[in-house]
Each structure stands twice: as C-alpha cells, then as structure tokens.
Design a protein around this ligand. Sequence first.
Ligand code: FMN
Length: 308
Amino acid sequence: IDLNADLFGQILTSPLLNASGVHCQTKEELNDLAHTSNLGAMVTKSATLQARAGNPNPRYYDLKNGSINSMGLPNLGYDFYLDYVLQEQTKPTILSVAALSAADAITLLKDLQASDYQGPTELNLSCPNIVGEPQLAYDFEATDRVLKEVFSFYTKPLGVKLPPYFDLVHFDKIAAVLNKYPLTHVNTINSVGNGLWVDIEQEQVVTKAKGGFGGLGGTMVLPTALANVRALRQRLHDSIKVLGTGGVTSGEDVFAHILCGADLVSVGTQVMKEGLSVYDRLAEELQAIMAHKGYQSLADFRGKLKEL
Ligand code: FMN
C-alpha cells in the first residue's frame, strides 16, 4: 500500500499536511515540521505584509470536541516566511499569505511575483479573527475583484483558503468565481467563524478578544469540512485541486476527506492536542483501513463517495 500523493507535480509520500497556523509560526516550529515523518508537505503560518503580535491571551482554548481560537494572525511577517521557503525548505512547502485588505493582497503578491520563489502559495481569504475585518471569501463579488486583479499579473502557482459555506447556492456562487481563474487549489475549510463557548463555573467566555467569539476547529467541524470538500469537488474544474482541512482526528477521518474528493488532507486542532506524532498514527490508521478494503493507493477511492 502506498500513500503517495501529488502536490502540483511534486510527489509526496503522504497526503497529510499541517493546517496553517498550527506549529508553523517560528523557524524552530517549521524545522520541526520539516523533520516530521508521514507529514507529506508543510504549510507556513499565514503571513501578513507586516509582522503581527495577534490578539491578547487567552486566544486558544481546548474543547472536548475541538477548539476555539481568536489568534488574530500572529506572525513574523511576510519577509520572514519568504526567506524561509527560499533558504531553509527541505520538505515541499506551501507558503500561506493573508491580507488585511485587497490592496495589501496585491502589494504582497506583486512582491512575490518579482521574487525568486517559484513554489506554491495559498492566499488566505478566510481569517475570522481579525477585529473589524470580514472574511473576504463570504463576499463573492469582492473575491472576484481581488482574483481578477491578482491574475492580471501573477503567474506562479496560487491557491486560496476558503471559509466554510453552509448553503448550496453559496457553493455554486463561490465555485463560479473560482472556476474563472487558473488556481492550483482550494483549501477548505478554515475555522468555523465566531463560535462561542461558555465556562459554566466562571459564567464567562474562554478567550479574550472579540468578547469571546472565536473560530472553531476539531471534531465538531468534521461534517462541515466534509460537506465543503465534497460540494467544491463536485463544482470546481478538475485542474483545481481540493485540500481537505477540518475535524481530522483519525485515519477514518482522513479516509472520509479523500472519499469526498480531497487530494491532500490537513490537521490543525488535533496537532495542538496530540503533537506532531499524530501524523504517524494517522498514516498507520489510514493504511489499516485501506488494507482492510483492499485498496493499494489513494486514487482507488478518491472522490468515490457513494450516494443512496
Ligand atoms: N488557517 C489559516 O489559513 N491561516 C492561519 O494562520 C491559521 N491559524 C490558525 C491558528 C490556530 C491556533 C488554529 C486552531 C487554526 C488556525 N487556522 C488558520 C485554521 C486551520 O488551518 C484549519 O483550517 C482549522 O483549524 C480547521 O482544521 P482543524 O479542525 O484540523 O483544526
């Protein structure tokens, strides 16, 4: 059984990725990822033009069924991550970038276009935790305008990170926008934005920024993530790969993402809970399921979810 997967032409020995934002902010963390077995490729923390401290603590809270966070994009700045992928990278890497405005996105990608970097980039259109800023990809026309301008000059591999959608008409609308552009991939889903958790003992919220509202991840978002992978795979051109993210805690969850059409699968919250050894466990569990079902490769079942 092999777990080989493809990252826009590069062969990976595992379909597993880290989810951007988890264990990928500092050079030490990125180097840890580079040395993590069964992690096929890595993704950097979403970088903004200027370094950001992010929101005040507490800004991550572990829940029984997942996590809630209001990190607010703490990162070392675009220059740091660009240097990292140009100089340090030893494992296939996706550079994640985020913009606080459409103008920032253009400035950042113009710089990237002019740089020596030729690898894959992911534009995060979906951070739910920036105070006062909307998640761009919930505005279909604004997303179209930004991508139109970006692809008027950008010629390197570029994908987008999407927020979860909850209405079939919204899947139609975002897919119609994305299908107009030569995107390498969509990564779905980002955190389910603006959940709220209540500490009954203290009668208070669990994270500080935004009055306690924060993005959800982990087991509780798995059905939403699977729906987004499936719905987008059904609507996007074949040339646009789908990276499945959200709710993965077991080999079965990885299998389900791939059955829904995911080319690669990322893990966020469960890395926070379990550490980087999670990738060995997931690969082993996935291989056991494949052996049991008689599958030799991921292509044997990718996208083959049956309907009733
Ligand atoms: N997604 C991004 O695209 N960029 C980020 O910088 C980012 N930061 C995150 C920080 C934390 C602490 C967490 C928990 C998530 C973050 N995310 C970010 C979202 C994750 O990449 C992922 O889409 C989401 O958590 C769902 O996956 P999960 O259920 O495996 O956690």
